[in-house]
Design a protein around this ligand. Structure first.
Ligand SMILES: C[S@@+](CC[C@H](N)C(=O)[O-])C[C@H]1O[C@@H](n2cnc3c(N)ncnc32)[C@H](O)[C@@H]1O
Length: 291
């Protein structure tokens, strides 16, 4: 079968199986099977697939048709311009989580009067709680070359993926990984504590995409019955571990936005900023200089 015909028949099949974006999925999976880029697909429409390539493409399409996310089939997802390894042990990094990086970079760079709060080469101490694939820790390590980054996760399997990603990007000496519950085992005080914690409530499970429920790690998505269980523990732990004036920056959903504000009511400079879909997404709060 020629490459062009293989893509056409894959699109028909994925459409029949109600897979969203069938063309994108058909092309992504063929690029994965052929280890090529999109330009190659367009440049060689008449290239014949070998029988081995055809059967590997067929296997990948079958996985996708039963709902397995393309990222778990290819083993890759891009985040903050970096190609990351993902396995079913970790949440697939989402584009909206990049707002955490933007927020930290903004806060690290300036004071309200426009002057620098942290000198360019200051050794900021940053902790990423629930690091999963390591996406947040890696992006911050890349952007803040002088920062000392600590990253924790309760899942040893997730930490293996995060460590593999750090070494792929030559950032392994920059990030200290630790297995534990939230901030357990971290010592010293931090300028920033960042997190994309589990924040979905089991009571809203039926509103979560089926693919997420079936294939992404449950402990990465669900916090407990109502969704605030993890942040309710994270916020006081972060307060104890931050330096005076240090920042807590974490991802939330619209469902828990009001509860988040309540939990942060005795912090300073609390703000919740929206993502590109105007959904409340990133909470930030500053530990008071005293108290
Ligand atoms: C929503 S995922 C975020 C992963 C990654 N930071 C990202 O943004 O894609 C939440 C992560 O928190 C971890 N986690 C869940 N409960 C935890 C706990 N009590 N302490 C530490 N990590 C936890 C999960 O294993 C998962 O990797």
């Amino acid at each position: 079968m020629q490459l062009k015909a293989a893509i056409a028949s894959a699109i028909t099949r994925l459409t029949a199986d109600n897979v969203p974006s069938p063309r994108l999925n058909a092309e992504t999976l063929l690029m994965f099977v052929l280890s090529c880029d999109r330009a190659y697909l367009f440049a060689h429409p008449e290239r014949e697939l070998t029988s081995d390539e055809q059967s590997r493409y067929e296997a990948a399409l079958a996985e996708r048709a039963r709902g397995v996310p393309a990222q778990y089939i290819t083993g890759h997802q891009e985040f903050w311009g970096m190609d990351l390894i993902v396995t079913p042990a970790v949440l697939i990094p989402r584009p909206e989580t990049e707002h955490i990086i933007e927020t930290v970079l903004e806060l690290a760079a300036s004071k309200p009067d426009g002057s620098q709060e942290y000198p360019p080469h200051a050794t900021l101490r940053i902790a990423d709680i629930g690091t999963g694939s390591g996406c947040i820790a890696l992006a911050l390590a890349k952007e803040l070359p002088a920062a000392e980054i600590h990253a924790t996760d309760i899942s040893p399997a997730a930490l293996e993926v995060a460590a593999a990603n750090a070494s792929r990007h030559q950032l392994e000496s920059r990030i200290h990984f630790r297995q534990g519950d939230l901030l357990e085992g971290l010592s010293g005080s931090f300028d920033f504590i960042v997190s994309n914690p589990p924040y979905v409530g089991e009571s809203e499970e039926d509103q979560v995409q089926l693919e997420v429920r079936k294939f992404e790690p449950r402990s990465a998505v669900f916090a407990g019955p109502i969704g605030t269980e993890i942040i309710a523990r994270l916020i006081p732990q972060a307060r104890a571990a931050l330096k005076p004036g240090g920042w807590l920056v974490f991802e939330i959903s619209a469902t828990i936005a009001e509860a988040t504000k309540y939990l942060l009511s005795d912090w300073h400079e609390v703000a919740i900023t929206p993502d590109l879909q105007s959904i409340p997404r990133i909470a930030r709060a500053r530990k008071p200089m005293t108290g």
